[in-house]
Ligand binder design. Structure first.
Ligand code: ADP
Ligand code: MG
Length: 412
């Protein structure tokens, strides 16, 4: 005991862990409730293992996008409480990140204790593009600890102080969550078992251009739903009413359709769409209507793929051996527009049951799976990092991983 892979004996050592605890919260600022604790649960194994090994565990993480200064609604205090419940032991909380409260809380740690530092993005140095400013902050973070464990997969594509710079300053290791995520992504890119089907949805096509571009030459089929589909429908010459449309990407979508046709990759777009005259969430109850994908009325907007499309997508997935899914098929947060997302989730579970690999990537997609009541363990893997997994699949380098591999892990 006392050992942690890559770090050796950690008993009595102060180990800084970068976790991804960026969970959705809801309610008034002084009584915020965590609506989905998936990322906290995913962070537990590494924190638990370090604590069991006798380390003094210092957890650093961000929540939301504060602008480099404290803001009550972005406090990690409720997250620290939830982490304590999940660990089944008290978790201390420091009211700042590298200040007096943090230093005192760290000094008070006994072997096996855990402290969560306040939102690391309350400090402008965390996300600064200025190397000197980021370095100065990373020095302060590194001063709190004897070693560093990188376990925040959702942020490994960011060159930020608590992800990148701190790893250059302390002996470091990869946490088990990041290790698992990378291993799965390697399986998706190295030599995926075929047929390899990719399902893409979510809100904006512009978020996912890179991944479409890259996967067009790797996947056998690409199924497209969600808000991004309307830019593709427009590219095919259809009117999309009031649906989400990125006019400036129509040309790009057209080129993807053409490239797919030339290279023999099948792109499947929905044949029918569930529409309404208003985006859900207002006073008015949703009034869903199914229309053909090329018949969207001018006063309506598409909010889910229709039932014929859901059946077609399921059947396209029925022989898949490898599936990567990112982005809900519709506005799943409203039950009337969740059927398409539900059908795709079920089809992925079926792939897993037949022995294939199914991977769900993306914060909202993972939340959708849980919100719709699916058993997370029925999927091959649910990634905790949307942006990070997309960038990996785009073939980009992840600075938070590269730094672990290239900088001296024993440096003190
Ligand atoms: P992920 O986080 O999984 O990568 P995104 O952030 O890209 O997914 O998109 C998720 C959001 O997309 C959800 O909040 C969902 O409501 C929205 N969405 C899905 N379909 C539509 C649509 N047809 N119109 C508008 N928004 C949509
Ligand atoms: Mg999202």
């Amino acid at each position: 005991m006392g050992e942690y892979a890559g770090l050796g004996d950690v008993r009595g050592k102060r180990v800084l862990v970068r976790s991804d605890l960026n969970v959705p919260l809801d309610g008034p600022d002084d009584a915020l409730v965590i609506t989905d604790d998936g990322r906290i649960r995913a962070s537990v194994p590494t924190i638990q293992a370090l604590s069991d090994a006798g380390a003094r565990v210092i957890v650093t993480a961000h929540l939301g996008r504060p602008k480099g200064a404290p803001e009550a609604r972005f406090s990690l205090a409720p997250v620290a409480r939830r982490l304590g419940e999940l660990l089944g032991k008290p978790v201390a909380f420091a009211e700042d990140t590298v200040g007096e409260s943090a230093r005192a809380a760290v000094a008070a740690l006994e072997d096996g204790d855990v402290v969560v530092l306040e939102n690391v993005r309350f400090n402008p140095g965390e996300t600064s593009k200025d190397d000197a400013e980021r370095s100065a902050f990373a020095d302060q973070l590194a001063d709190l600890a004897d070693a560093f464990v990188s376990d925040g997969f959702g942020v490994v594509h960011r060159k930020q102080a608590s992800v990148y710079d701190v790893a250059q300053r302390l002996p470091h290791a990869m946490g088990s969550l990041v290790g698992t995520e990378i291993e799965v992504l390697r399986r998706l890119t190295a030599d995926p078992e075929r047929p390899y089907v990719v399902v893409l949805g979510g809100s904006k096509v512009s978020d996912k251009l890179g991944v479409i571009d890259n996967l067009l030459s790797k996947a056998d089929k690409l199924l497209i739903g969600g808000g991004m589909v309307f830019t593709f429908l427009k590219a095919q010459g259809h009117e999309v009413g009031k649906s989400l449309l990125e006019e400036d990407q129509v040309e790009t979508c057209r080129s993807y359709l053409q490239r797919a046709a030339e290279s023999g990759v099948q792109i499947l777009l929905p044949v029918d769409v569930v529409v309404d005259t208003e985006f859900p969430g207002g006073e008015r109850a949703p009034a869903p209507q199914v229309v053909a994908a090329d018949q969207i009325p001018a006063d309506s907007l598409g909010l889910d793929i229709g039932p014929a499309s859901a059946a077609e997508f399921s059947s396209a997935l029925s022989d898949a051996r490898t599936v990567f899914w990112n982005g809900p098929m519709g506005v799943f947060e409203t039950p009337e527009f969740s059927a398409g997302t539900r059908a795709v989730a079920q089809a992925l579970i079926d792939v897993t049951e037949r022995g294939g690999l199914s991977v769900v990537g993306g914060g909202d997609s993972a939340a959708a799976v849980r919100a719709l009541g699916f058993d997370e363990t029925a999927f091959g893997h649910i990634s905790t990092g949307g942006g990070a997994s997309l960038e990996y699949l785009e073939g980009k380098e992840l600075p938070g991983i590269t730094v672990l591999e290239t900088s001296d892990s024993t440096k003190d």
